[in-house]
Ligand binder design. Structure first.
Ligand code: ADP
Ligand code: ADP
Ligand code: MG
Length: 667
């Protein structure tokens, strides 16, 4: 076996690969950029080599420096992770020339599958179902319209070099086909330096279901069943699971056989994924093949018990697969949530900054539920604008889909993050939603369920009760600490204290006391009594665990200048508990005025202004582009939210802007 390997990646996936290498007794070498000095993957590896500047083009994409690092450290092989150099056939060739093993498929397979249109032709030849469409490159808008008319609307225009959800447009009519062609080829040119576009039928309300395969270089290929990744925003996956709630054994076997056929057609000799799109009648069509480890590979590992990274390393070393198709079963259900530094309340725009607090749930098995947390970032680390904003992948495994979903929900409740916006409340909201829970999902799920974006789940009565009780308990404890009476004899503690509680500006009068039952909060205006027992919380802790009237719950509790911000599932609420006199004075304070957003266009995230599209005095209609701001490798178009006349433009191209900066003012 290899004695030493280098991991040409960073963050979560670099840490994931190092873990398996360690278990196999293989020494590891990390590489890092200026932005990743002291990064988690650097600390985990046995050795680390600095390879350049923060921008990926200056470091993680520098094949020459990575190869030099192998030579300097004596690493015999390179695992590329995903993204960066993982799907560059040229990198695999360069390694080969330098006598270093690429832990991935042969360069020919990468090349054959790297281009969407070429791989589609390959698939058709291997008798794999492909999406009906035109298997050629479109010259211009006129041809795009002609071919779209023939295919029949809706159609999808796709960049042949595309990836990461970029360079795709849906067209429902000739006008959109013409415009979509221009937009897709333009975006493809910018993102991939390659403007070739092709057209296929747009499958409405489909599911994204993919088959994990594994091959060696002795001609063996097996599949490890499917993953369903239909929950997507901007054609990018956020929640994945294995198996799929939609497939029956027969369809699974057919998809598996086609995936293997395609892999065999390119002598596939590593882990890879064949992506399919599946319609309501279980017709499935080849989308693309990813010739690398996939972000969502853990769910497959959880249901099959196979360590995919270990298998990749073994076959790269030349070993024969010791697993046969019959060894691969489906044990239980696994769900994965991608936790991103992004603001779910602002159209999932990326958010950057320091992770002031990062307390993930423990990786452990409680009862039948196992929690796994694949991450590459720790408390105090920075989510920078240079790389993918994924913080962690939280995975729950259990015997059934619903148990796994509830396990994931509970783990999301126990995940505390502070310092950057994050999508945990959104993920929790989806896990609680009925259609998701019954597996009634499609790639349209997010657009359908959150047409106006995500505004947080409504506060349910039992959540309001949990939050009120927790806030009163916490305030009461802080208050008594402040008065240094905690050491006083019990009968004093038994005294009732009056608390005026405000939950999301709704007032309640309460009486709190310690009784034989526990900590009791009597909500006088609602004539009900909340009893907290088994409380696990001390001042300074973010998670509040307790039982309310016998039911266990966890909420995150963040102290504010006044009161607390509390979160449970998809709901966040502000709660204050004050002495009645204090509350009375407080209610007389004028309310803080927020910015009148009708009059301002506000920058939703920190970034760099690339372009300003309006000038002073210009009349702007709703939806028109105001400016383009680049953040986290993405160009974000800031649009007018309503009609108006521009009174002032406060930024120009090249300006760095912070979140909430006013870009443009309306009259
Ligand atoms: P998956 O199906 O595993 O989510 P994606 O293709 O969406 O795969 O992306 C996997 C990873 O590779 C992500 O981190 C994404 O940001 C990155 N990635 C995908 N395509 C590109 C590309 N063309 N250039 C750079 N990074 C990419
Ligand atoms: P990428 O390389 O960006 O991952 P894919 O071709 O895998 O691109 O497509 C990404 C997503 O776009 C799919 O998961 C699916 O949601 C959607 N999609 C792609 N092709 C089609 C199609 N023909 N009809 C409907 N949706 C599609
Ligand atoms: Mg894809």
């Amino acid at each position: 076996m290899f004695k030493k390997i280098l991991i040409a990646n960073r963050g979560e996936i670099a840490c994931r690969v190092i873990k398996t290498a360690k278990r196999m007794g293989i020494q590891t070498v990390a590489v890092y950029s200026d932005a990743d000095k002291g990064g988690m993957h650097v600390d985990m590896a046995d050795e680390a080599v600095h390879i350049g500047g923060a921008a990926a083009a200056d470091s993680y994409l520098r094949a020459d420096r990575i190869i030099q690092a192998c030579k300097d450290t004596g690493a015999e092989a390179v695992h590329p992770g995903f993204g960066f150099l993982s799907e560059r056939a040229e990198f695999a060739e360069q390694l080969k020339a330098a006598n270093i093993v690429f832990i991935g498929p042969n360069p020919h397979a990468i090349e054959a599958m790297g281009d969407k249109i070429e791989s589609k032709k390959f698939a058709a030849k291997a008798e794999v179902n492909t999406v009906p469409g035109y298997m050629g490159i479109i010259k211009d808008s006129a041809e795009a319209v002609k071919i779209s008319d023939e295919i029949g609307y809706p159609v999808m225009l796709k960049a042949s070099a595309g990836g990461g959800g970029k360079g795709m447009r849906i067209a429902w009519n000739a006008k959109e086909a013409s415009e979509g062609f221009a937009a897709a080829s333009d975006e493809a040119k910018k993102s991939f330096g390659d403007d070739r576009v092709f057209i296929e039928k747009f499958i409405t309300n489909p599911r994204h279901i993919e088959i994990q395969i594994l091959g060696d270089n002795h001609g063996n290929v097996i599949h490890l069943n499917e993953r369903e990744c239909s929950i997507q925003r901007r054609n990018q996956k956020v929640l994945e699971e294995a198996p799929s709630p939609f497939l029956d054994a027969e369809t699974r076997a057919k998809m598996g056989a086609q995936a293997i056929a395609l892999a065999q057609a390119v002598d596939y000799d590593s882990a890879g994924t064949v992506e399919f799109i599946v319609d309501g009648e279980k017709n499935f069509y080849f989308l693309e093949m990813n010739t690398r480890l996939q972000v969502e590979h853990p769910v497959t590992e959880m249901i099959t018990g196979v360590d995919l990274v270990e298998q990749m390393i073994r076959v790269a070393y030349g070993q024969k697969l010791t697993l046969s198709q019959d060894d691969i079963g489906i044990n239980g259900w696994a769900m994965e949530a991608r936790i991103y530094a992004e603001d779910p309340y602002r159209k999932f725009l990326p958010s950057i900054g320091r992770l002031v607090r990062c307390q993930p749930p423990k990786e452990e098995t409680i009862g039948t539920v196992t929690i796994r947390n694949d991450t590459g970032i720790r408390e105090g680390d920075e989510v920078s604008m240079f790389y993918d904003p994924m913080i962690s992948k939280l995975i729950a495994h259990a015997p059934t889909r619903l148990e796994a979903t509830d396990g994931l929900l509970d783990a999301l409740d126990r995940f505390h993050l502070q310092g950057v916006g994050n999508n945990i409340p959104f993920l929790a909201a989806v896990c609680e939603e009925e259609n998701y829970r019954t597996g009634n999902i499609s790639t349209n799920y997010i657009a359908e369920h959150y047409p106006e974006g995500f505004g947080g789940s409504p506060l349910r009565e039992e959540q309001a009760e949990m939050m009120m009780a927790a806030a009163v308990y916490a305030q009461d404890l802080l208050d008594r600490r402040a008065r240094r009476v905690t050491g006083q004899i019990l009968h004093k503690e038994r005294q009732q204290t009056e608390w005026a509680v405000m939950i999301n500006r709704e007032p309640h009068s309460t009486l709190a006391s310690y009784t034989d039952e526990g900590f009791e909060v009597r909500v006088q205006d609602q004539d009900k009594t909340l009893v907290l027992t088994d409380i696990r919380w001390r001042p300074g802790q973010a998670l509040f665990h307790a039982q309310l009237n016998g039911h266990g719950f966890v909420i995150t509790l963040k102290p504010e200048l006044e009161g607390f911000t509390l979160r449970n599932r998809g709901t966040t609420a502000r709660v204050t508990a004050m002495k009645p006199r204090e509350a009375e004075l407080y209610s007389k304070l004028p309310e803080k005025q927020g910015l009148d957003t009708a009059k301002f266009v506000i920058c939703p995230m920190p970034g760099l202004v690339l372009d300003v599209d309006v000038t002073k005095g210009q009349e702007v209609k709703e939806g028109e582009t105001i400016a383009i701001v680049e953040a986290m490798k993405m160009q974000n178009i800031i649009r007018a939210e309503h009609d108006g006349t521009v009174k002032a433009v406060n930024v120009k191209p090249g300006d760095a802007v912070a979140a909430d900066d006013v870009l443009v003012e309306f009259a």
